[in-house]
Ligand binder design. Structure first.
Ligand code: NI
Length: 169
């Protein structure tokens, strides 16, 4: 099932999501649906709040279907190590058609649970590190625009308000 993507302005995007404690069939199905929804929206990462579900689940595939091993499920993820600094253009499916340069750690290690509840750690750099940080932020109710200057953030918010008024958001 493909879920519609929730857009900026919906409060679900700005509140911390609930920890996952039950690893059952329903969770597996939700994760399949999250991958399907992410690919349909042409994204490389998707957090559950972006489909209106406030639970600590994210899916990532920075290769966009090129490499099946790159499909990652992050349940209750935590960033446990950060290194370096790197600024690059970043966007979000919930803030469509906007992009900004965002400074992030260049290399990060994440600790998360998989679909069975098994804890694992994974280190990524560049785009994968960026995805880990962006998706973990989502689960904490934070968006990439929280990491840019107030001036740029206000400009984006103003443009979004116009789009809302025009019925185009
Ligand atoms: Ni996002």
């Amino acid at each position: 099932m493909i879920y519609p993507i929730v857009k900026f302005g919906n409060p679900v995007l700005e509140k911390p999501a609930e920890k996952v404690t039950v690893f059952d069939e329903e969770l597996k199905k939700l994760i399949e649906d999250m991958f399907e929804s992410m690919y349909a929206a042409r994204g490389v990462g998707l957090a559950a709040p972006q489909i209106g579900i406030s639970r600590r689940i994210a899916v990532v595939d920075v290769t966009f279907k090129e490499d099946p091993d790159a499909k990652l499920v992050l349940i209750n993820p935590e960033i446990i190590r950060k290194e370096g600094r790197h600024s690059q253009s970043e966007g979000c499916l919930s803030i469509p058609d906007f992009r900004e340069n965002v400074g992030r750690a260049k290399e990060v290690t994440i600790r998360a649970q998989d679909v069975t509840g098994q804890v694992f750690e994974k280190t990524g750099d560049d785009l994968l590190a960026r995805a880990f940080q962006h998706e973990t932020d989502h689960l904490n109710g934070k968006l990439y625009i929280n990491h840019i200057s107030a001036l740029k953030r206000d400009l984006i918010k103003r443009k979004i308000r116009k789009l809302v008024k025009a019925g185009e958001w």
